[in-house]
Design a protein around this ligand. Structure first.
Ligand code: NOJ
Length: 507
């Protein structure tokens, strides 16, 4: 008899207070986990010349040279969110998100980029928007700079010019003072690596400056100084508002192509150039040694000047420790192998020549609609643990994660659903293993203007009909599933029966 009693006791679910804890229920996000979605000003606002807004580099160069963009489009109108912001908030409400990450358009607030003229209509718009978010219990996560630089600075070297650092500080101060009573989560700069690579190494994004192997590093350096400036301004003048300030870095996960020592080194180089270049100065006070050593080696080999300008001791101190959290944009993994360019494979000098690696996506990873993007959720887990171990377990927000589909996938976007589910499972596993990740923002709320790729990449939970003058938005299956994940705090439910059949909520 006693044996039965013992067996029955162990077979019963464990009772914790009045909550029955079964293994499935343990795998859930805590109530205070910050589920959200992300967007950025130029990609969704439209109204490029409305209410006193000045021109950004994107406005200017896409008007002047439309063929910079694959389909020769621009974001003059895009999803029309400047006008339709109330509808966007209804969608956020429908999803049940707790937070919304969006960016401010610098030239809506300061039309010529400087504090010579502060535009009251720009400020009023964002205040109205932020108020409405808060009334709906949605916390704003506000990015100050998501690539739309005031044109005057763009024509003057952009982020290669140190003057831009000071002007960014002025702009940050105006934003903190105009919105800081309501906004408690600030992001200074979005994705230094991608921004510097496309705008100042390759010259493919405005302001179209091609300065390989030099502009790329100089841009990153100035963005870090700009980030630190904004952080110190907040610290010195606005800390009483009780908010937090962080930088957003894009970080994909590198996996060695083989077991060779060479490829293991290539992975370390990837992390130093793509991630450590920005996070090490903030968390550790200087560039990774490996980054500096490789640029020294290639500069010497090429007989060129040393192109990675070191930080002075004062600058190191200024940047070190400027974080309350770190934002990470993560989309995919990459397979990495050693690929020295002594054979003249890359332009010299160039960032590619310096890092000396090749990358590709593994064919076995589930593909999005584009070859350039495949899903590998275990890499996300590895990245989160790497951040924990390398940077002393900081508070992390995943400020972007998403999977682009083409219009052919329509509303029944199963590939995106699977992606979200697998990536959130990986995130939960990383949390269980100690990652201090406190939030996740899906990219993106709705389809929008994907920079030089135009409108072909459908990242949205909501489909947008760009031909409709009203820019009708329709919930995809992924929106309904994400909503259910947020509601239940789990990914573990049956996705097939109603109500997850597409039911097309339209806005
Ligand atoms: C990175 C950028 O921050 C965002 O603007 C872009 O649309 C997404 N990733 C998708 O590529």
């Amino acid at each position: 008899m006693w044996l039965w009693t013992v067996l029955v006791f162990f077979a019963l679910p464990q009772v914790d207070g009045d909550v029955v804890v079964t293994p499935e229920l343990e795998k859930r996000f805590p109530d205070n986990f910050s589920f959200g979605v992300s967007s950025s000003a130029y990609q969704i606002e439209g109204s490029w010349n409305v209410d006193g807004k000045g021109l950004s580099t994107w406005d200017f160069y896409l008007h002047k040279q439309p063929d910079i963009v694959e389909d020769c489009t621009n974001a003059d109108v895009t999803t029309d969110s400047y006008r339709l912001f109330k509808r966007d908030i209804q969608m956020l409400k429908h999803l049940g998100v707790k937070s919304y990450r969006f960016s401010l358009s610098w030239t809506r607030i300061l039309p010529d980029g400087t504090t010579n003229h502060i535009n009251p209509r720009g400020i009023a718009h964002y205040r109205k928007f932020i108020d409405l978010l808060l009334e709906n219990d949605i916390l704003p996560f506000v990015t100050l700079y998501h690539w739309d630089l005031p044109i005057a600075f763009g024509k003057n070297g952009g982020w290669l010019n140190e003057n831009t650092v000071d002007r960014f500080g002025d702009y940050a101060r105006v934003a903190f003072s105009a919105f800081g009573d309501k906004v408690k989560n600030w992001i200074t700069i979005n994705e230094p690596f991608i921004h510097c690579l496309f705008s100042y190494e390759l010259g493919l994004h405005p302001p179209l400056i091609k300065s390989p192997g030099k502009g790329f590093y100089e841009c990153g350096r100035n963005l870090l100084l700009g980030h630190a400036k904004a952080y110190h301004i907040y610290d010195a003048e606005f800390r009483f508002q009780g908010g937090k300030v962080g930088l957003v870095v894009d970080a994909q996960w590198p996996i060695a192509a083989s077991r060779s020592e060479e490829d293991a080194e290539a992975v370390k180089d990837y992390l130093a150039f793509y991630v450590g270049q920005y996070l090490d100065p903030v968390f550790k006070g200087d560039y990774p040694q490996r980054l500096t050593a490789r640029v020294v080696a290639t500069s010497t080999r090429e007989g060129t000047e040393f192109r990675l300008r070191p930080f002075s001791e004062e600058e190191k101190k200024y940047i070190h420790g400027t974080y309350d959290f770190v934002g990470i944009n993560h989309y995919n993994s990459v397979v990495v192998y050693r690929n020295e360019s002594v054979n003249g494979m890359y332009e010299e000098p160039s960032f590619y020549d310096d890092v000396g690696i090749g990358t590709y996506m593994d064919d076995s990873w589930p593909a999005s609609s584009f070859d350039s993007m495949r899903a590998n959720a275990p890499g996300f887990y590895s990245l989160l643990l790497y951040l924990k171990d390398t940077y002393n377990n900081p508070v992390v927000f995943i400020t972007e994660n998403g999977f682009p589909l083409s219009s052919a996938e329509g509303l029944d976007d199963w590939k995106k659903v699977n992606y979200i589910r697998n990536y959130l499972d990986a995130l939960m596993d990383a949390r269980a293993d100690g990652s201090n990740c406190q939030g996740y923002f899906f990219w993106s709320l709705m389809d929008s203007f994907e920079w030089t790729s135009g409108y072909g990449y459908k990242f949205g939970l909501y489909q947008v009909d760009f031909d409709d003058p009203d820019k009708k938005r329709t919930a995809r299956k992924s929106a309904l599933v994400y909503k259910e994940i947020i509601r239940t705090g789990t990914t573990d439910f049956n996705y097939n029966p109603d109500p997850y059949q597409y039911n097309g909520t339209v806005y």
